[in-house]
Each structure stands twice: as structure tokens, then as C-alpha cells.
Ligand binder design. Structure first.
Ligand SMILES: *[C@@H]1O[C@H](CO)[C@@H](O)[C@H](O)[C@H]1NC(C)=O
Length: 618
């Protein structure tokens, strides 16, 4: 009896032992072939997924260089024993992400969906638990109804609730993958998320907190909410100007979060409570940052202490290049707004931004506005056309939804913040300040040019066209036509191919002005992420099964079965080393290897499955 082992029972016939071994072996070989296929496939697809910006040729544009130079320079930053050229790296590199819109438990979801309510009802009706006195027929009828509802309602609801949860978790990691991979590969100096961080303004505080946790721990892991002391209020005596390029590690972790309609609501449903919780979890809704760039020929010390006087004291000395970033809640710029207090806050902030601006003819200035709702433009330029909807009878009839800002609010940006004017006699000939507006909201993304033709009759208006057309027609360089580019960044959601915007800004010392370029980098839909990870899991599972099979075989006393088989051959370690080199067999576990080219399977005979297979493959 001591010769018996656990899974080859002594009571079995020898024939059955042999058959078992063949089946076992066949199974092992199937698993092995599956692995031969799965492992390389998993490796290739995972490498592709985890290095997607490398394969998609993504890089921050390089100052005065083409895309391929920018890409090779980025590549060099990641290669060992290779140096990149620092002059080809823009000092300001903004990773701009649009509308992640984290979904979660919605107030519209049935909270009981996952708890099988009809099953409870079934027991109640079947066992008359609630004390009713049904006759047996009624009892059967009610119970059967409950049972049907259980199978056709509860079970699907339950599965759906869990599918949704899994979907949300996967989506978090999908978005997180985009952030982490882009952050690693492109090395931004700053990061912004252009509003709609969460998917609904109607969620309860608890759910808001939970999504905030997911935002910081899954999607933007390693990212940090901006410190309140760093997020400055604009003022005439602005003190917080920083040096661009200082503390790079700290700045690249900070996420400049912009509030969107799904975070705090539109003008109709925005409330101090919603703004407060956004502020607490994601950062202030309105603030500005200023950076100066030290370049040759400027006196940093001198300029920064001379507040309010932007003109260089000495003729030869040029003004210090300065970058102004304005994070702005434009949710309640338009009327009617239900909270006057909140609207006054936005208006007040914008006024402060305008009054604390440098003179329009101050050189070397660049202003970036980061806000959520895009500027007004006619239908057909972007996917979203102008659209307004208002609450009727409640929320003070405030704005319920809008695709763009109103025409007058948009004009406020162009003429106020950027100081542009249709009047050629205005300061700086109406050309205003250099800059760009980055927005979100329209998930498809858009690139536009807002301009005003000073030669038009005095009732002239701001108009917009596609940026590409503006370049093709030369409108952006036309004299007497001031204008500004607005980039609506395509959403990073899977349905919009996981987009990320890359904006490079650098200073051109010859023109003594800032220049920028913007490109997009897309990962592909969420399905790619899912498929690759599911495949990896399958490969891991199959690998595990294979490991177990090999281990089981290894610890099975072979001599026992062999004695039973009457097979004199025994696969020893010596035997293994004798097996022909370069044959598939030499990769096989001991028990499947052959001696003298014959398969050494107990009782398997000369023409075993294994033999045929290996012949075919060799
Ligand atoms: C501006 O107006 C002038 C004169 O009417 C015209 O020649 C020019 O094409 C206009 N520019 C644009 C961009 O519309």
C-alpha cells in the first residue's frame, strides 16, 4: 500500500492509470502551447499600452523645432548614456487634461438594487411571514411571481450594479494610466485639469468625497492639490511672482484644477456649499499664478521690486519675460445666476485680474486663462454650437445649461483680460496682450481663433474661425485684425480616446516675446486598456495552472507508477541531459522528456500524443 499515491488510486486498473496519464499530459501540453502564445502576446501588448506615448510619437513641442526633433529629444531624456539638448525643451510645458468626469454611485441609482428585494419577498410570501392568510393557490401564485421577479429583475439588477462598479474602478485606472504615463514620458512642468473632474453636481457630500478620494488616489496618484498660499489673489501690489523653472519637482506634482459645471453647477444651481467642497477637495475656484523667466539682458531683482512700473528704466534694458496663469470659474459669468454672492465673487475676481494687469504695451507678457466653458462662437466651428437653457420657475430661473459663454462674456475676456480692441486707436493699437485661453466642456475638443476686424464699421463684432483656417488664410497675422487663440481640450475620457493636450511655451529672445505650440496625444479607447489587462490576467492564470501541473507531477513518485506499468525506463536527471539539444523536448518538464527520442510516458506507447505533437512542431 505504501506504493500508492494520492491521485493514482491503487484500486484503479493499470489501463486506467495509463489513460489518466495521457489525458493529464495532453492537458499539460495544451496549457504549455497556450502559454507559448499568450506570454509573448501579453508582453507585446502590455509594452505597447504602458509605453503608448512612445509609440504614438508624443512629445512636448520643442522651441523653434519640428515635431520629430521634439520627439527624439524626449526619447533621449529616457535613454541611458544619452544627453538631451536643454535648449530644445520649453521652460513651460503644460499637460492639459479635459473633463475626466469621474462617475460613481448616482442619486438616481436604486440603493436596493444589489440586495435582492424579491428574494426576501419570496420567502415572506412562501412562508406567510407577514401574517397574511393566503390559500395555498394564492400562496403559490405570489411565490412564483416573486421568484420570476427575482430571476428577471433582481439578478440582472445585481449584476448591473456590480458591472457599473467594476466599470468605474477600471475607468479610474484607465484615466490614471493616461496621467501617469504622460507625466512620466513627456515631463510636464505644470498640469491642469480643465473642469468636470466629477460627473455630476447633484451628488451628496459623501459621494463627492469618495470621488475626490478616487481622483487623488487612483486617477491623479502622486498629484497634489495646490496650497492655498500659493494660489494667489490678483492685486495691484502682487507679491507672489515666482521664477519659472524653480522647484520643478513640486510644480509638476501640483494639479491646477478648474471647476466645471459638473463640479459646482451652472449659474442656476451653483451654491456656496458646492463651491466650498470643490475648494476643499480640489483647490480654489479662482486664483492666479505669476512666473518670471530669467533671460539674458534682464535684471530680475530690479524688475520685481519696481512694482507698478513696467517700463524699463534704462532704454537698453528689456522688460522681464512674465507669464500669468489665471484659473477662473466661468460658471456664473452669465445671467441669471441663483447665487448673487457667488456671481459677485466671480465678477470681483475678474475685475481684480483686469485692474492688476500690466499695461497692454508692456512687452514679453503672456497670459494663459484656464477655464471650463468655452467662449462664444457660431455653430459649425466646433462640435458644440451656441446653446443656452434656463430653469423655469425655480433656481431664480438661472442658467440650467450652456455650451458657450454669451457673446458679451466672451468679449469681456478678450477686451478685459487680454486688453484687445476693435478700435485701432486704443492702447497698443488694440492688439492687447499675448496669450491663450484653454477650455474644456465640449468633449470633442476644438481649436479656434477669435478676432475682430478693425477695418469693419464701428459696430464691429468679435468673430471666430477654426485655428487651421486662420493660419491658412493668414488671418492671425493680418494687420488691423487683433485676435486670440482658444484651445478647447478634448476630453481624456475613453470615449474620446483618452486625449491629453501638450502645450509648450518658450521665450523668443530675438522677438522679445513668448511663443507657444499645442499638440494632442491620444491613448485610444478604454477597451484597449481592458483587453490588455484581461489578457494579462488570463496569461497569469494559465501560467499559474501550468506551474501547479508541473509541481504536482514533480512531487508524484514516478517509480511507483513505473513499476506498475512494468516500464523499465526511468527518466533520471542524467537522461534529461542526454536529450537532443535544441529540441522542443529540452524545454519540457522532466516527466515529458524523451530518452532516445522516445517518449517516456508510462504506458503511453510509442505513438503518444506528445510524440506526434512534437514531431509536427519540430
Ligand atoms: C478685414 O476688413 C478688410 C476691409 O474690409 C478686409 O480686406 C479684410 O479681408 C478683413 N479681414 C478679415 C480677416 O475678415
Amino acid at each position: 500500500m505504501e506504493e500508492c499515491n494520492v491521485y493514482l488510486s491503487c484500486n484503479h486498473l493499470l489501463r486506467s492509470n495509463a489513460a489518466n496519464a495521457v489525458v493529464y499530459m495532453f492537458f499539460v501540453s495544451v496549457v504549455r502551447y497556450a502559454l507559448v502564445l499568450l506570454v509573448p502576446l501579453s508582453l507585446i501588448l502590455s509594452s505597447y499600452l504602458y509605453l503608448y506615448p512612445v509609440f504614438h510619437l508624443c512629445a512636448f513641442p520643442a522651441p523653434e523645432h519640428d515635431a520629430s526633433t521634439a520627439y527624439t529629444n524626449t526619447l533621449r531624456q529616457h535613454l541611458p548614456f544619452s544627453t538631451h539638448e536643454a535648449t530644445k525643451v520649453a521652460p513651460f510645458r503644460l499637460l492639459a487634461l479635459g473633463d475626466p468626469q469621474l462617475e460613481g454611485e448616482s442619486p438616481l441609482d436604486d440603493p436596493k438594487a444589489a440586495s435582492f428585494p424579491n428574494l426576501a419577498k419570496f420567502w415572506k410570501d412562501a412562508l406567510l411571514l407577514d401574517g397574511t392568510n393566503h390559500n395555498p393557490l394564492q400562496r403559490l401564485r405570489h411565490s412564483l411571481h416573486d421568484l420570476i421577479d427575482f430571476y428577471l429583475d433582481d439578478v440582472p439588477n445585481f449584476l448591473e450594479a456590480y458591472r457599473k462598479r467594476l466599470d468605474h474602478i477600471g475607468n479610474d485606472y484607465y484615466l490614471g494610466h493616461i496621467y501617469r504615463t504622460m507625466h512620466w514620458w513627456t515631463d510636464p512642468s505644470h498640469v491642469t485639469v480643465l473642469g468636470d473632474l466629477v460627473g455630476s453636481q447633484w451628488i451628496e457630500d459623501e459621494e463627492f468625497e469618495s470621488r475626490g478620494w478616487r481622483f487623488w488616489n487612483r486617477v491623479f496618484k502622486g498629484g497634489e492639490r495646490i496650497f492655498d498660499e500659493v494660489a494667489s489673489t490678483p492685486s495691484e501690489s502682487f507679491q507672489d511672482t515666482r521664477i519659472l523653472g524653480e522647484y520643478p519637482a513640486a510644480w509638476k506634482q501640483i494639479i491646477l484644477n478648474v471647476p466645471g459645471n459638473h463640479d459646482i453647477g451652472y449659474a442656476g444651481d451653483i451654491s456656496p456649499e458646492r463651491v466650498e467642497r470643490f475648494d476643499r477637495v480640489f483647490g480654489k475656484p479662482n486664483y492666479e499664478l505669476r512666473f518670471q523667466l530669467p533671460v539674458n539682458g534682464t535684471d530680475m531683482e530690479g524688475d520685481s521690486t519696481e512694482k507698478g512700473d513696467d517700463d524699463p528704466v534704462i532704454e537698453e534694458e528689456k522688460p522681464v519675460p512674465e507669464l500669468r496663469i489665471i484659473i477662473f470659474n466661468d460658471m456664473n459669468l452669465d445671467t441669471p445666476a441663483s447665487s448673487k454672492e457667488m456671481q459677485d465673487q466671480s465678477y470681483g475676481f475678474l475685475n481684480d485680474v483686469i485692474t492688476s494687469s500690466h499695461d497692454v504695451d508692456r512687452q514679453a507678457l503672456f497670459t494663459i486663462v484656464l477655464t471650463h466653458i468655452p467662449m462664444h462662437k457660431e455653430a459649425g466651428i466646433c462640435v458644440d454650437g451656441p446653446f443656452f437653457d434656463f430653469y423655469d420657475g425655480y433656481f431664480d430661473n438661472g442658467v440650467k445649461e450652456q455650451n458657450h459663454l454669451s457673446q458679451s462674456a466672451s468679449r469681456g475676456f478678450l477686451e478685459g483680460v487680454f486688453g484687445m480692441s476693435g478700435n485701432p486707436g486704443a492702447a497698443g493699437s488694440g492688439f492687447g496682450r499675448n496669450g491663450v485661453i484653454l477650455t474644456g466642456h465640449d468633449h470633442e475638443g476644438c481649436d479656434t481663433y477669435h478676432y475682430i476686424n478693425q477695418s469693419d464699421p464701428p459696430e464691429r463684432e468679435w468673430r471666430a474661425m477654426k485655428w487651421k483656417d486662420a493660419v491658412d488664410l493668414g488671418v492671425e497675422e493680418q494687420p488691423g485684425v487683433p485676435g486670440l487663440r482658444e484651445i478647447t481640450v478634448r476630453s481624456m475620457m475613453g470615449d474620446f480616446a483618452g486625449n491629453a493636450g501638450l502645450m509648450s511655451l518658450w521665450f523668443d529672445e530675438e522677438d522679445w516675446d513668448w511663443k507657444f505650440k499645442f499638440v494632442n496625444c491620444q491613448m485610444g479607447t478604454q477597451h484597449i486598456w481592458w483587453i490588455v489587462h484581461i489578457l494579462d490576467l488570463i496569461t497569469l492564470g494559465v501560467g499559474l495552472v501550468y506551474g501547479i501541473l508541473v509541481a504536482v507531477e514533480k512531487f508524484t513518485p514516478r517509480e511507483v507508477s513505473k513499476k506498475h506499468m512494468g516500464n523499465g525506463k526511468s527518466t533520471t536527471s542524467n537522461g534529461v541531459s542526454k536529450v537532443g539539444d535544441g529540441k522542443l523536448d529540452s524545454y519540457l518538464p522532466e516527466y515529458l522528456q524523451t530518452t532516445n527520442g522516445k517518449l517516456d510516458v508510462p504506458g503511453a506507447g510509442k505513438k503518444s500524443l506528445r510524440k506526434k505533437k512534437s514531431k509536427r512542431n519540430l
